[in-house]
Design a protein around this ligand. Sequence first.
Ligand code: TYC
Length: 118
Amino acid sequence: MPKEPIPPGGGQGPPDSGDPQHEGGVATRTRRKIARPERFKVLLYNDDYTPMEFVVRVLESIFGKGPSAATQIMLQIHNSGLGVAGVYVLEVAETKLAAVHTLAERQGYPLRAGIEKE
Ligand code: TYC
């Protein structure tokens, strides 16, 4: 006697359309989205020699901050030792970091920067 193929779900309930959003006619998708990419903070560190105006310019030109936000972040770094210049996916964070180092080195300033997982 030929066996009937057993439908997905063991034959109980409505047939599986194969579309995870429509199993049983009800939206049952729980977590099939593409995972959110990890994000990384680009940190700037305080030092005694880099001019405040230069740090503000870095925050404006590399991190797209407006004059007021750039000044606030710079002062936060100056007062607390470090601050977040921006948060990006890794490749972008690395590019920004390299740009900071290039600009600072070109001017002979010891501005330090780093990347930290958010
Ligand atoms: N402390 C520096 C000064 O007084 C200013 C400064 C701010 C330097 C932020 C680095 O990431 C920095 N000139």
